[in-house]
Design a protein. Structure first.
Length: 159
C-alpha cells in the first residue's frame, strides 16, 4: 500500500476528529475542555507553576491562560496566589476537586492513547511520535522562523 502523501490534509482531519471526540467526552463526563485538562495535567506535575510556565507548556498565549484560569478558579479546580518573589506574577495550584478531576482525565487520556495506538507496533508508534515531535522544531511558535518558508522558496508544485 502506497502511503498517502497528503499529510497536511490527513493530519488536519485527524486532529479535528480527535479534538471533537475529546471535547465531547470530557465535557460530558467532567465539564472540561481539552485546554482545561491540559492545565490540570501540567499542574499535576508542576503544582504552584507560574501562569507563564503553563502558557509555554500548552503553547497558548498568556492572555488565553488567564481567561482559562479565571473560569477554572470559578469552577473550584484551581487557586491562584501572587508569587512571593514577584508580586506581579501568579502561581496556580490544584484544589482537591481539581486533583480528583485531573485523575479521571488522566485515566481517560490513557484510554484514548491506547485506542490511538491500536494496530501499530511499538516501532511504528516511535516513528509517529518522532515525526510529530519534529513538527515543533520545523514549525516553532515564532512562525517567522518556520522552515516551511525556507523550504517553499524556489519550490514549484506539479499537481
Amino acid at each position: 500500500m502506497k502511503p498517502d502523501p497528503r499529510l497536511i490534509f490527513l493530519m488536519t482531519v485527524g486532529y479535528r476528529r480527535l479534538q471533537r471526540g475529546l471535547e465531547q467526552q470530557m465535557l460530558a463526563e467532567d465539564g472540561l475542555t481539552s485546554a482545561q485538562s491540559g492545565v490540570l495535567f501540567f499542574l499535576g506535575r508542576n503544582d504552584g507553576a507560574l501562569i507563564g510556565d503553563i502558557s509555554t507548556s500548552l503553547d497558548l498565549v498568556p492572555s488565553a491562560i488567564t481567561g482559562l484560569a479565571d473560569r477554572m478558579e470559578r469552577a473550584g479546580l484551581i487557586l491562584r496566589n501572587r508569587d512571593e518573589a514577584d508580586g506581579r506574577a501568579q502561581r496556580v495550584y490544584l484544589t482537591e476537586a481539581g486533583e480528583k478531576i485531573r485523575k479521571r482525565a488522566v485515566t481517560q487520556a490513557r484510554a484514548i492513547n491506547a485506542t490511538l495506538m491500536e494496530g501499530f507496533s511499538d516501532d511504528e508508534i516511535d516513528v509517529v511520535s518522532r515525526w510529530l515531535t519534529s513538527l515543533q522544531t520545523k514549525f516553532p511558535k515564532d512562525s517567522s522562523r518556520s522552515s516551511i518558508q525556507t523550504n517553499l522558496k524556489g519550490t514549484t508544485t506539479h499537481d
